[in-house]
Design a protein around this ligand. Structure first.
Ligand code: PLP
Length: 229
């Protein structure tokens, strides 16, 4: 990888970390309470290295197969990496996801809750689980409708014995995001859920204002993705 690209990633990371700190201070929050998940989907292992060498340890990926190809090798060199699956998960990949990831952000249906519960029992490893909420009730988007969230959380807990750590959302592209972040925060508060995964490159400051504990930032660190995702 060219030295300029290497520097661009390190610089992107510096800029995003500064942006997180500034937003935290502007909105009266402790910067240490906000975790940066560097979303490295479609970025090759060598493109992730500059972020690792700059000290970043929390990464997000969208695809199980891609992650299996990239991360075992990187983890040998950086064993303290924390890996988050931020994209949708098919039930038939639940076992691989449980083996590979530390946090799974896209739990959004009873069949996936059942598959994860089974594999957590079988594999003997329990990633933290976040329930994705479709705050805009968009038909094409993954996530539980806000109207169904109370019942779904109960199904996860009482039906499958799962511990849910928090919630995640991706607001509709055409809406101002803050109302969606506020809705997610209020649902989490109602259920006493500590983790709020919300905010991406374009809107992480607004998410921090509304209480995000995890922001998922890709483009602002690694540059625009060549592949459409
Ligand atoms: C790709 C992706 C991100 C990162 O988006 P950017 O706009 O590149 O920061 C965050 N969350 C999810 C679920 C994603 O799929």
């Amino acid at each position: 990888m060219a030295e300029t690209e290497f520097h661009a990633v390190a610089q992107g990371l510096v800029t995003v970390r500064a942006g997180i700190r500034r937003a935290a201070e502007d909105f009266g929050r402790d910067p240490a309470s906000i975790h940066l998940v560097a979303v490295s989907k479609t970025v090759a292992a060598e493109g992730i290295l500059p972020a690792l060498e700059a000290g970043q340890r929390v990464f997000g990926e969208n695809y199980v197969q891609e992650s299996k190809a990239k991360w075992p090798g990187l983890r040998e060199r950086f064993p303290d990496v924390e890996l988050h699956l931020v994209g949708p998960l098919q039930s038939n990949k639940a076992r691989e996801a449980v083996e590979l990831f530390d946090v799974i952000h896209g739990l959004d249906r009873p069949s996936l809750a059942a598959a994860l519960a089974k594999e957590i029992g079988r594999v003997g490893r329990a990633p933290k689980l976040l329930v994705q909420v479709n705050t805009g009730d968009e038909p094409q988007k993954a996530g539980v409708s806000p109207a169904d969230i109370d019942a779904f959380l109960e199904t996860c807990r009482d039906g499958h014995g799962l511990t849910i750590s928090g919630l995640m959302c991706i607001p509709p592209a055409e809406d101002p995001p803050s109302a969606h972040f506020g809705l997610l925060a209020s649902i989490a508060e109602r259920h006493g859920l500590p983790t709020l995964s919300m905010g991406m490159s374009a809107d992480y400051e607004a998410a921090i204002q509304m209480g995000a504990t995890h922001v998922r930032v890709g483009t602002a660190i690694f540059g625009s993705r060549s592949r459409q995702t």
